[in-house]
Write a protein that binds this ligand. Sequence first.
Ligand code: K1U
Ligand code: ZN
Length: 178
Amino acid sequence: MALRDILKIPDKRLRLVSELVKRIDASIRALADDMFETMYDAPGIGLAAIQLGVAKRVVVMDLSKKGEAHKPQVFINPEITWASKETSTHEEGCLSIPDYYEEVERPLLVKVKYLDLEGKTHEIEADGLFATCLQHEIDHTNGVLFIDHISKLKRDRVIKKFTKAAKAEKSAKKTVEA
Ligand code: K1U
Ligand code: ZN
């Protein structure tokens, strides 16, 4: 297991469409282990492989409450097969956009088909935070970020802030190297 760096906006890799996993082998199991270690350390409740720079359709999640036993879940090649017309609004955050939270409107209920680490197919119906988190993570596998669901004014403002911070970090690194 290894703790990996989480990509932050404006990293262009966050906009890639991830590839389907064709074979669930040791490399996918090791990737899932690293994703859990990184997600728990952050801390977060979900993570998509592309947030670690790996463009594969792998998502991990743990919605257990503080003090409860961990409930790790892995979703390989997750796809939304049905979404309700009724919507709900939830506050969302993203480990690739640290310390930024906004309300996002999404379908209230979704059905999601996916493979587990044994390659077994499942189809589940999700509501509440589970539905929100699944939609947020499946968006990541398609290069979509939760800020794409908010107003352009707010999105442009947060992208500008993180672009400025990334430039400052790059220039500080150059100064240390020189
Ligand atoms: O995909 C990600 O960037 C992870 C993200 C998942 C998510 C959160 C909220 C709504 C939709 C999707 C996070 O985990 S952000 C951090 C967070 O929500 C959290 C952190 C510590 C404790 C509880 C929640
Ligand atoms: Zn996210």
